[in-house]
Design a protein around this ligand. Structure first.
Ligand code: GRF
Length: 194
């Protein structure tokens, strides 16, 4: 069995979807949710799914990354998934997990990525720029925001009259459809099927 942690700062719809996908999985267990926001919606999802959830303040990520690593090691975590996690992952955590950390970003990276590009900011910038397509990118995490190796992309058309809300909802559907499947494939490759 491999133990996976999900880091999330927000409503946690992707985390929820991933917990559901891996419920009773033979090889992979979502063992821990980690959040830096006490009011994050993901906390209730973890409770409902019976998954342990730890809150760590943002200052711990910034000033005491060894505590983050200790928490993960204690839960035997050997793979980390970022799903709407708004802080930079501290370099010691990235270094400890190597290529075993992935993130999902709601645009076609490298376009509309980087610091400050999250949530509606992304969709607003996409619409304002007039590009015909947006989408999702699942990528490895390194020490720069949104710059790790791209693993998977899927796109949607940005249509005339598109609003940040309508684009967000189309992109969310893509995320919910693909993230658990792509994660499972990455886990299979990483751990040679078990
Ligand atoms: C998603 O759009 C994801 O791509 C981005 O943050 C959002 C998280 O949404 N990184 P949710 O909390 O999973 O609903």
């Amino acid at each position: 069995m491999h133990f996976i942690a999900i880091f999330a700062s927000g409503s946690g719809s992707n985390a929820r979807n991933i917990m559901e996908h891996f419920k009773n999985h033979r090889y992979y267990r979502i063992a821990l949710i980690v959040t830096n926001r006490k009011a994050a919606g993901v906390i209730a999802h973890a409770e409902e799914m019976g998954v342990a959830c730890s809150y760590l303040p943002s200052s711990t990520f910034r000033d005491n990354p060894s505590q983050v690593i200790a928490l993960l090691k204690k839960a035997n975590v050997d793979f980390v998934v970022l799903a709407g996690f708004l802080l930079k992952v501290p370099p010691p955590v990235v270094n400890a997990y190597g290529n075993r950390i992935i993130n999902i970003h709601p645009s076609l990276l490298p376009a509309f990525g980087g610091e400050g590009m999250y949530g509606d900011h992304v969709h607003e910038a996409v619409i304002e720029s007039g590009v015909p397509k947006s989408g999702i990118t699942i990528h490895r995490v390194n020490n720069e925001y949104d710059e790790g190796e791209v693993i998977f992309q899927a796109s949607v058309d940005v249509i005339k009259g598109e609003t940040p809300a309508s684009l967000k909802s189309k992109i969310q559907s893509l995320e919910h459809r693909w993230f658990p499947l792509v994660l499972e494939q990455v886990l299979q490759k990483t751990f040679k099927n078990h």
